[in-house]
Design a protein around this ligand. Structure first.
Ligand code: PNS
Length: 159
């Protein structure tokens, strides 16, 4: 059984993330969407919401699951005996940020990071942009999985 951990903030999970998870499942038997904390980010959705939305969004994706990562990613991948960490790349800007994380995670855990190029038709989808569109009343239904679109609608009603 070859397991990959696909970590991220997933604030919230998008169709771009799902595409990368689907592609990872062509290589690995199991892909764990690891919902983690990035100390440099302020989140729109709580850790519990981000986890629940990821969980609901991969419900139909055989081999995928969503789990929380509370501490270091390097410790988590050893704990679940992962064969690799998976990250999605949309372009060179993503790569610049990912390179040092991949090297540090390998230093700490011995686990390699595998980069997967997402569908070019989804390259414009980023959680930060989706949140911006939604917060200005724009439609995000074709950018995020259905449970996330519903969550945005619920948030709007409570503002
Ligand atoms: O979606 P993001 O915010 O780019 O994901 C970054 C994330 C959450 C994967 C990264 O911050 C992380 O791995 N956080 C867990 C704590 C950790 O291991 N930090 C050291 C990273 S080298």
């Amino acid at each position: 059984m070859r397991t990959a951990v696909y970590p991220g903030s997933f604030d919230p999970i998008t169709l771009g993330h799902l595409d990368v998870a689907r592609r990872a499942l062509t290589i690995f038997d199991e892909v764990i969407i690891g919902v983690a904390q990035n100390a440099n980010k302020h989140y729109m959705f709580t850790a519990q919401e981000r986890l629940e939305l990821a969980h609901a969004s991969v419900a139909d994706l055989a081999g995928a699951s969503a789990q929380p990562i509370h501490g270091l990613l390097a410790d988590y991948v050893k704990e679940v005996d992962a064969s690799a960490i998976v990250k999605g790349l949309r372009g060179s800007a993503d790569y610049d940020g990912e390179q040092s994380m991949a090297l540090l995670n390998r230093h700490l855990s011995g686990v390699e990071t595998i980069f997967i190029m997402g569908d070019s038709g989804l390259g414009h989808i980023a959680s930060s942009l989706v949140k911006d569109v939604a917060s200005h009343g724009g439609t995000v239904d074709d950018l995020v999985p259905a449970p996330v679109a519903t969550a945005f609608t619920r948030k709007e009603r409570h503002v």
